[in-house]
Design a binder for this molecule. Structure first.
Ligand code: 4NP
Length: 157
């Protein structure tokens, strides 16, 4: 079976999408599926290129036994649209921007994350101006969503 290449995208690539990347990688490791999943994250904006995740995302992940401190922010690039099979937007603004950025010949399947994993057209809310409880809420949504994602992708394994 080919590797599934999955990119998480938010606005800054320091709060939500690095958490998604870290959680998916952790679940894949846990379930012996690491060789079948490649994951990364990026932002539609480039203000945090080269920056580590927000300290509140690092802390939230660490509270759940996941280390995302080594990750570094980057902006979505045109090559991503062919390098990844599935691109997940955290919210509807990110989705709209991704669709605009996608080259016309791109093969990527771009979805709103919550829509793909739950059928609900909901955003993973931006926690940047919030507090730790907002980061925990984001973590919960992403963890449940990634569990469903893995179950969906590997239903017959
Ligand atoms: P993220 O959160 O999109 O989940 O990484 C944000 C991070 C930074 C900014 C906005 C949202 N910012 O405006 O710098």
């Amino acid at each position: 079976m080919d590797k599934r290449r999955i990119l998480f995208v938010c606005l800054g690539n320091i709060c939500r999408s690095p958490l998604g990347e870290g959680i998916l990688r952790h679940l894949a490791d846990d379930r012996g599926l690491a060789h079948l999943i490649e994951t990364d994250s990026a932002g539609t904006g480039g203000w945090h290129q080269g920056d580590p995740p927000d300290p509140r995302s690092i802390k939230t992940a660490s509270n759940h036994g996941i280390d995302i401190a080594p990750l570094r922010g980057r902006k979505v690039r045109p090559a991503d649209f062919n390098a990844f099979d599935l691109i997940f937007a955290m919210d509807r603004d990110n989705l709209r921007d991704l669709v605009k950025m996608a080259p016309h010949d791109s093969s990527a399947d771009i979805h709103l994350f919550m829509d793909f994993v739950s059928g609900e057209r909901r955003d993973v809310p931006d926690p940047y101006y919030g507090d730790m409880s907002d980061f925990e809420e984001v973590y919960d949504m992403l963890e449940k969503g990634c569990e469903t994602l893995i179950a969906t992708l590997f239903a017959n394994k």
